[in-house]
Each structure stands twice: as structure tokens, then as C-alpha cells.
Design a protein around this ligand. Structure first.
Ligand code: MGD
Ligand code: MGD
Ligand code: SF4
Ligand code: MO
Length: 713
């Protein structure tokens, strides 16, 4: 058995809070405080604290399921893996490799994400792989790549936040989505720094703000342009910085000057005095930061919207300098690492591009295949889901529950039902797994070892603390089993450290270079920030001593310390300069009209996680957040004749959802809000619009036109 205390990290969000696990008397594990991990210093939210309940849940899957005569029935692992391999092989033989699809998740460890991408390209030869991170922070990633030549959620550690002068938090409800991180904002205020929150709702986070701007959903781009206009008009630009560290200012400046504050007020609903106050708070201190989350990103113009906020940072000299910069608060447990190692449609490990010949050569060599055999980029997540039952006939799904979480979910559900074959790896029978032909029950976080990369770009080691129940296997084991059945005897080890050693080599020399990181270092150092190249003369694992025998860092001066802060000397672009984005305001994809006069926005509550597949199994969390609701302003409620708790219907061009009214003055009167954690009648994603951002292919989860109706009788 393991030692009595296992230091590890939470299975849920990108904060990746440290926690210790100890054996529980009744079996399983108990979560205890882990004060030595600096990010959360022992603090946890309710989800992290109750995570062990999912390990021992009654509804936990402990046997593979295979559909027979229309019904999912327990089966052996042999049979389940045989059936899945046959499903993939049959489709490939009949319709070609691109008829096999793979859908991954940002909750998967680096090792799993890496193996999944390799499995798609090497074993199946398919280009059709993408993942739920496309629904998460892909717009910020695209904007970060465009501006800085590199996308790492935060280019600085969270510990820098309390020491800056002003933080603008755009569309993040941190108090509910990363509660232990609220401390950084509290400390900022204690140190005399200012907090501006931009959110159409006065959330628990907005309540902490010195200034809360409540724009109409989908108008953050105009808001940022209006602020930049005022920065220029008030002579608050940093001309020297612009000259020395950026390109593209003239065009960006001209675009901002076309957005007069009065015009921006009409678009956003944020008054000119509020805009002026925001500029004053942001510009007066020496240092300032802009942090975005899903509010401005989950828009059909999310890339340009984030670009506009980055422009504001660049024009004022607030990027690539100590205590200043732009950052994105990545969402899922491995939202960062999950977007670096190849489960994304256009990507190879190390944040390399699938279209770059040199990247293909490097990775093909590590994989022992011909670079020309690697497929090109495939479809993005929603486009892949939309193609199911069409050109994509078989799907392997690992780490997502799109029946609840994808936009236009009723259509997505219909496409999933139209597949020839669906295999789902999950820990519970999610709403999507219910539709599968084969369900493969997998181990959970405390039962397996692997690495994640937090929103800070800090690579962390999650450790196995407990023996999994009989009948479950790891995702890596599933890929190993499928690969060997499909003719790849080697190259898919089930041992995570072996996979990580290969990942190190595959990432060596890439943007997200992990080659200097080992499990040993991760265990000793509370995580390592990438990029972290291997010592000179080695290429990450290859010529370095084998894992576990590496000299301790002190004995080996060549060991790279990792990179907590990026861009201080230069940006990662070819010329080292940051690029302004030439952006102008444009409306949301579906503006309200006479038939659908209200705006719907969606998001989260503190006690449920994502599609709820895991957290809806925890009594304490269900007691706190038992079901869906529609948040609406008293004025709208009065027009409908709806009282608190009355069922109301929200209708969009995609469908109709019904949930109890929650009446509050904290939301704009022209907007309703629904959390998306539940399936069934109250499923928010029945309503949402899959209009995609042209660059990131992010759907517009945060704004669509709806009609709200009272439900009688
Ligand atoms: N409790 C909980 N925590 C989580 C998760 C969870 O499901 N539950 N999921 C994790 C993941 S994967 C993610 S991505 C993060 C997400 O973390 P957040 O981004 O903080 O979460 P959301 O609630 O989706 O959106 C944040 C806010 O955006 C606001 N918003 C809506 N429309 C707009 C708009 O047009 N402009 C602006 N500026 N704001 C707008 C919403 O009112 C909401 O308060 O949370 C992570 N943490
Ligand atoms: N309307 C609306 N919709 C949204 C959003 C929004 O703000 N509004 N946000 C979007 C965002 S940001 C995100 S990230 C997505 C998330 O939505 P989903 O992709 O559905 O994410 P989860 O609910 O976390 O799904 C993970 C699934 O994998 C399982 N699982 C967990 N760990 C593992 C593992 O290690 N291996 C395997 N095989 N399975 C595992 C879980 O039980 C669960 O069924 O939702 C998106 N959808
Ligand atoms: S904030 Fe995120 S990482 Fe921390 S305990 Fe809660 S869900 Fe887990
Ligand atoms: Mo997310």
C-alpha cells in the first residue's frame, strides 16, 4: 500500500489546488489540507473537498458495457476492447481513416492528451480529432498566439497579482469558478490596488470590485476599443514602449479612434463617465493587468475581443514587464497542457503546428513514422460533432459530455445518435455514454498518476493514492489495448511515466518545451513552469539519464529552472515584438429582434462542474445547487407575470428549455442567465448558438437571442 499521506491535486479546475489524501476509515480517501502548495495554501472549494465522493459513488462504472439488443450490458474488457477496435477498423476499411473521429478533453492528463493525439494520427491515420478545450479558451489562445507568438494562460504566476496596481477582470466569475484564487484579489485590494470587473451580472466577483462595468453580453470588443480611444485621447499611451516592443500600432490606433466613447456607450450600455473612470484606474498605477475568462472569449468574435483587450495592455506598456500583463484564466484541470500536446485538430506535441514541415519531421521521428504519413489538420470540435453520422461514422470519446455541454445540444445529440459506432471512456454513465455502443470504465484522479499543467503554466504531478476498484482501467490502458488490436504493438505504453518520457522528447525544441521536466523534479519542486528545456546536449529523456535516476537539480547546474514569467526580454514572435490586432466592433451573430427580444448568456455556479457528470453525483453539491434556473431581472419577471421559483420557458431558434425563475436585480434587464450544468428540460445548451469565431472556431456560448415565457398550469 501507499504511504499514509499522498500529496496531489484536485481533479477539477485549472487552479489545480494542492491537496493531501489520506486513507479513510471506511475505505477510499479523505482530503486533508496541503499547506505547502503555494497556489491555494490549503484552501479548497466544495468541489475539491468532496471529490472523493465520486470515487466511491454508487453510480460509478466498474464494468465495461456493451450494447446488445439495444441495451447496454456488462461485458468483459476483452470483449469491450475487441468491439471498439472492430468498430474503428470497420469504419476505416469502409469509409477511410477520416471517417474515424476522436473527441478528447481538457481534463485529461498531459500523458493522455499526448497518447490520444498520437493514437489518432499514427494508429488510425485520421485528421478528425479535436476536444472540448475548443469550447473553453481557444479564443484567448488564438489571440495570445497572434499578439505574443505564444499562448500560455497566465504569463506570470498568480502570486504577482497582489503586487500590481490594477486588475481588470473581464468575464470571469472567479469567486464561483476558482474560489481559492479570490484571495489574490483580496490581497491586491489590501495592498491598495484596484479591481475592475466587467460582467453583465453583478456576480460575487463583481461585488468585490472598485468598479463594476456591466456591458450588454457580446459587446466587450466595443468596450475595449472605447477604453483605448480614451487612453489615446487622454494622452495615456506609452509611446516608447509602443516603439520598442510592438508592431501594428497605427492601424490599431486608427480603429480605436473610430470608436467614440458616446458610440461605445450606446453599444455596450456602459456610460462614458464609467469608461473614463476605468481608464483612470487602469492607467494611474505603474503596473496593471488584464485577465480574461469565458465571458469575452466564448463569442463568435472572441479572438478579436481578446485582441482588443491585449491592445489596451500594449498601448499602455502593460505586457512583458514585471507585474504587468495580459493573462487568460484557463478553465479545466489540464486546460493548459491539454492544448499543447496534440489532441487539438491542428496540433502536434510541444504546441507545434501540424502544418509546419519541421514540426512534422521532428514528431514523426519520435514516433518512428514517415512525416508524410501524418494527416493534416481536421475539423474543430463543433464542426466535428456536426459531421457525426455524415462523413464521420465512428467516434471515440474521452473526457467530455457533449450531450450536455456542446452548443445546439439537441442537434449534437441527434448527430451522435446517427453514428455507426460510439465508444465512450468515462467514470460514470454520462448522458453521452448512455448513447454509446461500448462504455469503457476508467480510473479517476486519485487512482492513477499523471501530470497536468495549471492556468499558470505550472506542470504538476498528480499521484496515485488508492487502488482502483476491480473492473476499471486507465485511459492509457484503453489506448494501449486498442492500439495493439489495430496493429500497433509498440508505442502506446500504459505506464504514465513512460508516456511522459516520450512526451518530453516530442516537445523538445517546441514552444511548450517540457524536455527538462521529469516526474522526479515535479515531485520535489511543487511543479515546474514551461518552457523548461533539457540540459544542453540532451534532448529530453533521450540521452538524459533514465527517469528516476536523474541527479538532483543541485548536483547538475545545467538544469533549467523553468519559466514562471514570460516575455520580460522579448515576445515569442519572430522579431520579438508584440503585435497589435487590427480589430473593429461587430455585433453578435444573433441580435435580439421582435420575435426573440432578450439576450441569453450562460455560465457556471460554484457547486457544480461543467456538464455535471461528476458533481451531480455528490449529495453535498446537489444540496447547494440542485438544478437549473433562469436568472432574470424583476422588470422582465413582472412583464411575464412570473414570481420567484415559477417555471419559465426560454425559447431560441434552436429549441426550448424550462427552469424555475430566479429573480434578481444583479442582472441587466435585457439579459437572462442560465447555468449549463444540467441535462433534460433545463439544459441551457438546447438554446445556445453554434456560430463560430472565424479563427478559434469557438461557439458563441455567451450571447444569443431568446424569448422568455411564463409557463402556466
Ligand atoms: N464551479 C465551477 N467552477 C469551474 C467550472 C465549473 O463548471 N464550475 N469550470 C471550469 C472551467 S472549464 C472554466 S472554462 C472556468 C470558467 O470560469 P468563468 O469564465 O469565470 O465562468 P463562466 O460562468 O462561464 O463565465 C464568467 C462570467 O462571464 C459573464 N459573462 C457572460 N456573458 C458575458 C459577456 O458578454 N461579456 C463579459 N465580459 N462577461 C460575460 C457571466 O455572467 C459570468 O459571470 O471555470 C472553471 N471552474
Ligand atoms: N452553455 C454553455 N456551454 C458550455 C460552456 C458555457 O460557458 N456555456 N462552457 C464550455 C466549456 S468552457 C467547457 S470546458 C465545456 C466542458 O464540458 P464537458 O466537455 O462536457 O466537460 P465535463 O463535464 O468536465 O466532461 C468530462 C467528462 O469526462 C469524464 N471524465 C472526467 N475525468 C476523466 C478522465 O480522466 N478520463 C475520462 N475518460 N473521462 C473523464 C467526466 O465524468 C465527464 O463525463 O463546456 C462548454 N459548454
Ligand atoms: S478551485 Fe478548482 S482546483 Fe481548487 S478545489 Fe475548487 S475545483 Fe478544485
Ligand atoms: Mo472550460
Amino acid at each position: 500500500m501507499q504511504t499514509s499521506v499522498t500529496p496531489t491535486h484536485c481533479p477539477y479546475c485549472a487552479l489545480q489546488c494542492g491537496m493531501n489524501l489520506t486513507p479513510a476509515q471506511e475505505g477510499g480517501v479523505t482530503v486533508v489540507e496541503r499547506p505547502d502548495f503555494p497556489v491555494n495554501r490549503g484552501a479548497l472549494c466544495g468541489k475539491g473537498r468532496t471529490a472523493p465522493a465520486v470515487l466511491s459513488s454508487r453510480v460509478r462504472l466498474t464494468s465495461p458495457l456493451v450494447r446488445k439488443d439495444g441495451v447496454l450490458r456488462p461485458a468483459s474488457w476483452e470483449e469491450a476492447l475487441d468491439r471498439t477496435a472492430e468498430g474503428l477498423a470497420r469504419t476505416r476499411a469502409k469509409h477511410g481513416p477520416d471517417a474515424c473521429g476522436i473527441f478528447g478533453g481538457g481534463g485529461l492528463t498531459n500523458e493522455k492528451a499526448y497518447a490520444l493525439g498520437k493514437f489518432a494520427r499514427v494508429v488510425l491515420g485520421t485528421s478528425q480529432i479535436d476536444y472540448n478545450g475548443r469550447f473553453c479558451m481557444s479564443s484567448a489562445a488564438a489571440a495570445g498566439n497572434r499578439a505574443f507568438g505564444l499562448d500560455r494562460g497566465l504569463p506570470f504566476p498568480l502570486e504577482d497579482i497582489p503586487r500590481t496596481g490594477c486588475v481588470v477582470l473581464v468575464g470571469s466569475n472567479l469567486a464561483e469558478t476558482m474560489p481559492p484564487a479570490l484571495r489574490y484579489l483580496t490581497e491586491l485590494k489590501e495592498n491598495g490596488g484596484r479591481l475592475i470587473v466587467v460582467d453583465p451580472r453583478r456576480t460575487r466577483t463583481a461585488e468585490q470590485a472598485d468598479l463594476h462595468l456591466a456591458p450588454r453580453p457580446g459587446t466587450d470588443l466595443a468596450l475595449a476599443l472605447g477604453l483605448l480611444h480614451l487612453v489615446v485621447a487622454e494622452g495615456r499611451t506609452d509611446e516608447e514602449y509602443i516603439r520598442e516592443r510592438t508592431t501594428g500600432w497605427e492601424e490599431a490606433r486608427a480603429a480605436a479612434m473610430a470608436h467614440w466613447p458616446e458610440h461605445v456607450e450606446r453599444i455596450t450600455g456602459v456610460s462614458v463617465p464609467e469608461l473614463r473612470e476605468a481608464v483612470r484606474l487602469f492607467c494611474e498605477p505603474e503596473h496593471a493587468m488584464v485577465l480574461t475568462a469565458r465571458g469575452p472569449e466564448q463569442q463568435a468574435k472572441g479572438t478579436d475581443t481578446v485582441g482588443a483587450w491585449i491592445n489596451l495592455c500594449l498601448a499602455t506598456g502593460r505586457a512583458g514587464r514585471p507585474l504587468s500583463g495580459y493573462g487568460c484564466l484557463t478553465g479545466q484541470g489540464n486546460g493548459q497542457g491539454g492544448r499543447e500536446h496534440g489532441q487539438k485538430a491542428d496540433q502536434l506535441p510541444g504546441y507545434r503546428s501540424l502544418t509546419d514541415p519541421e514540426a512534422r519531421r521532428h514528431v514523426a521521428e519520435v514516433w518512428g513514422v514517415d512525416p508524410d504519413a501524418l494527416p493534416g489538420p481536421g475539423r474543430s470540435a463543433y464542426e466535428l460533432l456536426d459531421a457525426l453520422g455524415g462523413d464521420v461514422r465512428t467516434l471515440l470519446l474521452m473526457g467530455s459530455n457533449p450531450v450536455v455541454s456542446a452548443p445546439r445540444a439537441a442537434h449534437v445529440e441527434e448527430r451522435i445518435r446517427a453514428l455507426d459506432f460510439l465508444a465512450v471512456c468515462d467514470v460514470v454513465l454520462s448522458e453521452t455514454a448512455e448513447l454509446a455502443d461500448v462504455v469503457l470504465p476508467v480510473t479517476q484522479w486519485a487512482e492513477e498518476t499523471g501530470t497536468t499543467t495549471s492556468l499558470e503554466g505550472r506542470v504538476l504531478l498528480r499521484r496515485r493514492a488508492i487502488t482502483p476498484p476491480d473492473g476499471v482501467r486507465t485511459d492509457l490502458h484503453v489506448l494501449h489495448g486498442l492500439a495493439s488490436r489495430l496493429g500497433a504493438e509498440k508505442g502506446f505504453p500504459a505506464d504514465p511515466e513512460e508516456v511522459f518520457e516520450e512526451l518530453r522528447r516530442a516537445s523538445a525544441g517546441g514552444i511548450a518545451d517540457y524536455s527538462g521536466i521529469t516526474y522526479r523534479r515535479l515531485a520535489e519542486e511543487n511543479g515546474v513552469f514551461w518552457p523548461c528545456p533539457a540540459p544542453r546536449g540532451t534532448t529530453g529523456g533521450e540521452e538524459a539519464p533514465p527517469a528516476g535516476t536523474l541527479d538532483a537539480p543541485a548536483a547538475s547546474p545545467a538544469v533549467h529552472p523553468g519559466t514562471p514569467r514570460l516575455f520580460l526580454d522579448r515576445f515569442a514572435t519572430e522579431d520579438g515584438r508584440a503585435r497589435f490586432a487590427p480589430v473593429s466592433h461587430r455585433p453578435i451573430a444573433e441580435e435580439p429582434d421582435a420575435e426573440y427580444p432578450v439576450l441569453l448568456t450562460t455560465g457556471r455556479v460554484v457547486a457544480q462542474y461543467q456538464s455535471g457528470a461528476q458533481t451531480r453525483r455528490v449529495d453535498e453539491l446537489n444540496a447547494a445547487a440542485p438544478g437549473p434556473f433562469v436568472e432574470l431581472h424583476p422588470r422582465l419577471a413582472e412583464r411575464l407575470g412570473a414570481a420567484e421559483g415559477d417555471p419559465v420557458a426560454v425559447v431560441s431558434r434552436r429549441g426550448r428549455a424550462v427552469a424555475p425563475a430566479r429573480i434578481t436585480t444583479t442582472i441587466r434587464p435585457d439579459t437572462v442567465f442560465m447555468p449549463f450544468h444540467w441535462p433534460g428540460e433545463g439544459r441551457a445548451n438546447t438554446l445556445t448558438n453554434p456560430a463560430l469565431d472565424p479563427t478559434s472556431r469557438m461557439p458563441e456560448f455567451k450571447a444569443c437571442a431568446v424569448r422568455v415565457e411564463a409557463v402556466r398550469g
